[in-house]
Design a protein around this ligand. Structure first.
Ligand SMILES: *Cc1c(COP(=O)(O)O)cnc(C)c1O
Length: 373
């Protein structure tokens, strides 16, 4: 079975470089906030095109730290989508802020700007004022920032891009993660830039915000042992930073390989009962996930499994319908019908740079033999 994701293959493909990086970190005798993380933060910021990157424990903490750094917490509403990893919403609640979940557009699966405009003009009664918006560049595709950025600016709310699935994606040639007040990344092993454990980062062009987030990630220390504000412990460790330094130079090439694989799948899906994903104009999608769609999803998933092709569903249950959230989470006017419809029909095919040409032929063959039921 070709698995939908394969982080072990990602390690083996760069084993020599990663093993050397781990050995270097181990030999250094310094394991938390040392030379590796300082170097990674500088290299990642330069690669992205921002002044500062701050490593932290994971992508969820990155969102919470970015929000807290921007002064968002209790008494604030933060708008995001229900069609995302639960992490996005969990991070907002970690800060004490109130999440408000809005719908996606049905073609690109990212935040619906019309729904955003509606809640910025008139937020649902009983909620605190909206202070921040967290669009998610889901599946590796830039959200509609052409409309979202001006809406945030004109309403005076902070914009934090959730780039956990979109390292290297571009809109009009500009990398996502450089459009908002801050951007957050996850280095979970299956992400486009993945550590071999947990990791995350916040990126910003505001050095003062970077300084604040750097303190918040470690007990609010600006100077050692003196907490000037209440912080948390969320640090990217030296071993993970060293691994990420080894992998970063390969990221752009790996994203190009993902795009080539996506093009092959797209060709195999012409006239298929499984609809291929659509790309927003003038974007470079990085295909963290290759998400197809069909009303016959479950039957087609079983047929692919028969043919030795694994798949996944991202995500099967919208956040607002999950047991921990349903009934208490605030939704935009009209709820999230597009999110609910998508959750029933989406199917993620295997996509990662280490898929062999034989794997790709196997997958394309299986896709071409899918029939309407
Ligand atoms: C993975 C992910 C996160 C959270 O990252 P972790 O490192 O697992 O905490 C947040 N948002 C999105 C969209 C993600 O895919």
């Amino acid at each position: 079975m070709i698995p939908q994701a394969n982080p072990g293959a990602g390690y083996r493909a760069l084993k020599t470089e990663i093993d050397a990086a781990v050995a270097r970190a181990l030999d250094s005798g310094w394991y938390i906030l040392g030379t590796e993380i300082r170097a990674f933060e500088a290299e990642f910021a330069a690669w992205l095109g921002v002044s500062n990157a701050i490593g932290c424990g994971n992508g969820t903490d990155a969102i919470a730290l970015a929000l807290r750094g921007l002064g968002i917490g209790p008494g604030c509403t933060v708008v995001t989508v229900s069609h995302t990893a639960v992490a996005t919403v969990a991070a907002i609640e970690m800060t004490g802020a109130t999440p408000l979940l809005i719908d996606i557009d049905p073609v690109f699966y990212t935040m619906d700007p019309a729904a955003l405009e509606a809640v910025l003009r008139g937020p649902p009664a009983g909620l605190p004022p909206v202070k921040a918006v967290v669009p998610v560049h889901l599946y590796g595709q830039p959200a509609d920032l052409d409309r979202i950025v001006p809406l945030c600016r004109s309403h005076g709310v902070a914009l934090i891009e959730d780039c956990a699935q979109a390292h290297g994606a571009r809109l009009h040639g500009q990398r996502v993660g450089t459009f908002g007040d801050a951007a957050t990344f996850s280095f979970y092993p299956t992400k486009n830039l993945g550590a071999l454990g947990d990791g995350g980062a916040v990126a910003t062009n505001d050095p003062a915000l970077a300084e604040k987030i750097g303190a918040l990630r470690q007990y609010g220390w600006h100077k050692h042992y003196i907490s000037e504000e209440v912080g948390v412990n969320s640090r990217l460790d030296e071993i993970q930073a060293a691994i990420l330094r080894a992998k970063l130079p390969h990221l752009d090439g790996q994203n190009a390989r993902r795009r080539d694989i996506a093009a092959a799948f797209g060709a195999a899906l012409t006239a298929s009962p499984l609809a291929p994903p659509r790309q927003r104009d003038d974007t470079a999608h990085v295909f963290h996930l290759y998400v197809t769609r069909s009303a016959q999803r479950d039957r087609l998933q079983a047929a692919l499994r028969e043919a030795g092709v694994g798949s996944g569903i991202h995500y099967p249950v919208p956040v607002h319908l999950q047991p921990a959230y349903t009934g208490r989470i605030a939704l935009g006017p009209g709820g999230c019908p597009q999110t609910e419809a998508a959750a029933k029909e989406i199917l993620s095919l295997p996509i990662y740079p280490e898929l062999t040409n034989t794997d790709i032929e196997t997958i394309c063959g299986a896709l071409r033999s899918l029939r309407n039921g």
